[in-house]
Ligand binder design. Structure first.
Ligand SMILES: [Zn+2]
Length: 261
């Protein structure tokens, strides 16, 4: 059994960033990197405990080099950096499942801690088939193209609720409850790590209930940008995307593998 753990940083315990900038440049980032590493280790441990033969960790926040790699469980392999042509590099149908750690709610979520959808400077929101979606669903649908289910999502409460709307069968661990973009009532980091172990073990024990997630075909995506200049630059750079309304590009995709954030 092979698993991939996709790790973002905003959704881990006791991480809220600070107003006026990205998490990456905040004082809270040092702790975010440490805690993302510990939460990832909890998931790795539970996966091997449950019979995994291979666990690949994909560090996907910002520039993709956030985890304290030497402190990760030495049984895992690590995918890092930027420039991959698609989400979930090299994930294929040989994988049994995906675990998401540190994920966050979609752009515009009220009281979602650090809520955004991919690059907050670029996208005001992303819609699929007319509905606003976030990274949990978009990434889940990429894994779904290979028939690989997301089995567990670790995020703030709003991110967990969002995950369950799309994939009601998966396990969730809510790390904290947002009171605003930069404030939260968080569980203790150690308590979250214990919950992750239990949730991931339960997720593997109930694998037959977990389903790959797919959007209804054809997938019509709309990218609403924060500015005209970002929108026009993207239109020049990306093939097949057409302007459909102010600052918004639309394309109908035959597969989510065409999606590059
Ligand atoms: Zn992130």
């Amino acid at each position: 059994m092979k698993f991939m753990i996709a790790v973002d940083c905003e959704g881990v315990a006791c991480v809220v960033g600070e107003p006026g900038g990205s998490l990456t440049r905040s004082l809270n980032m040092t702790f975010a990197r440490e805690q993302a590493t510990r939460e990832t280790n909890a998931a790795i441990c539970a996966l091997f405990q449950s019979g995994a033969t291979q666990v690949v960790v994909w560090d996907n926040h910002g520039e993709g080099a956030n985890l304290l790699f030497d402190q990760l469980d030495s049984r895992c392999e690590i995918v890092l950096g930027t420039g991959f042509l698609r989400r979930f590099p090299r994930l294929d149908a040989s994988y049994t499942g995906v675990v998401m750690i540190g994920y966050h709610a979609k752009a515009g979520t009220t009281d979602g801690v650090l809520a955004h959808t991919y690059c907050s400077a670029a996208y005001r929101c992303i819609r699929v088939n007319g509905a606003e979606v976030g990274e949990i669903a978009l990434d889940g649908a990429v894994a779904g193209e290979f028939n690989v289910p997301v089995i567990c999502v670790v995020s703030d409460q709003h991110g967990c609720d969002e995950a369950l709307q799309h994939m009601p069968w998966l396990e969730t661990v809510a790390t904290k409850e947002g009171f605003g973009r930069h404030c939260a009532w968080s569980k203790h980091p150690s308590a979250v790590e214990r919950e992750i172990e239990q949730a991931v073990e339960h997720a593997v024990a109930t694998l037959t209930e977990k389903k790959p997630f797919r959007f209804d075909l054809p997938v019509t995506m709309e990218l609403q940008f924060t500015s005209w200049s970002r929108c026009l630059k993207a239109m020049i750079r990306r093939s097949g995307w057409r302007l459909c309304q102010a600052k918004t590009l639309r394309k109908t995709l035959s597969t989510m593998l065409e999606w590059q954030c």
